[in-house]
Design a protein around this ligand. Sequence first.
Ligand code: ADQ
Length: 408
Amino acid sequence: MKVLAIVLAGGEGKRLMPLTADRAKPAVPFGGIYRLIDFVLSNLANAHYLQIVVLTQYKNHSLDRHISRTWRLSSMLGNYVTPVPAQQRLGPHWFSGSADALFQNLNLIYDELPDHVIVFGADHIYRMDPRQMVDQHIDSGADVTVAAIRQPLDLADQFGVIETDPTGRRIVAFREKPKDAVGLADAPDQIFASMGNYVFKTQALIEALREDALDPSSRHDLGGNIIPMFVKSGGAEVYDFAHNVVPGSTDRDRGYWRDVGTLDAYYEANMDLISVHPVFNLYNDRWPIYTGHEPLPPAKFVHNEGDRIGHALESLVSPGVIVSGGTALRSILSPGVVLHSHSHVEDSVLMGCVKVGRGAVIRRAIIDKNVVIPDGARIGFDLDYDRKRFAVTRSGVVVIGKNEIIER
Ligand code: ADQ
């Protein structure tokens, strides 16, 4: 059975601004050494789906660089992860929606002639063995199988909401981001949400994309247009993510899935990594999350001026970090971060090469790459002041964009 995987990585990620000011959402760094796209690619690679096309679009430079440096599979065995940027082949406009992105790249499907096509999003933090979903898809004979997970009812307008027949398998309604969703019969405060991961019969996908391309009223969106077409024809089934068992997973991290579409969700998902018993376990070597970064020396903790010991507690500390007389608490320090003497960082995510000056204090912040925090600066203490100079999320996390210049 031949399977081609297509990863949709063209999302703009407006709600993650300023982190997406000059990078595509799937290229946003996560958990110190990863990028968001590493999670879906690791799930596919661990399942031995090794013919992978990544459709990129918006500000794709760092994403392309990350994929071509990190995700080089052995082409000798016909394996590949290929980034394919948006083209302007079929008219003057770029992709208008995820279905249009697929339509414009149908040639990639014709080249491979797979029996089934996996189409997965690139914006989520999770472990999943996609073979179990593909097996169900093949057994049921469905035209499309949509992965789904229970989510709180009040988030319904961020997801494709699925209703099934009494067997719980056949999809009878699929509404993209409805404002008036109702809860499930057995859990009125929950909905069944599409994870944006699909498996299609190749021929059924091709026909649906062609039909959709001819419809001038369509937004050419997989969730908004294509999946409802399959629901209408009776060929759409649901795959319940709760049944997915990943080798090496624990009771605690089984079923973990985070849509990191907003800055608060992104912050919380990072914080999920740092507790003593993290909800998402990075240490599962039977289902590793692959990534790549510069060859850097090990992290280093040093005294400074003999009066303060540099240390980090309940934190993730990446290679190349130097904690020189500063302290980090419940934080993520990405490669190349430097904390100078008497600085203190807590409940924060510091991305690559952030420098924290002498005596600076930082609380509940996300600080993007290369930002230099001046000596004595205070961030996250006076939110009214911080709001004047930076983005501050609804829950009060201060977010400082790449290359921003900070005054004390
Ligand atoms: P959204 O994430 O809001 O909802 P969308 O913006 O289309 O939908 O993004 C889906 C995926 O496609 C993302 O990985 C994005 O990066 C990518 N993408 C979007 N447009 C693209 C394009 N033109 N080219 C390439 N890639 C593109 C979707 C589903 C919902 C589901 C949620 C789950 O539509 O039904 O509930 O995902 O998070």
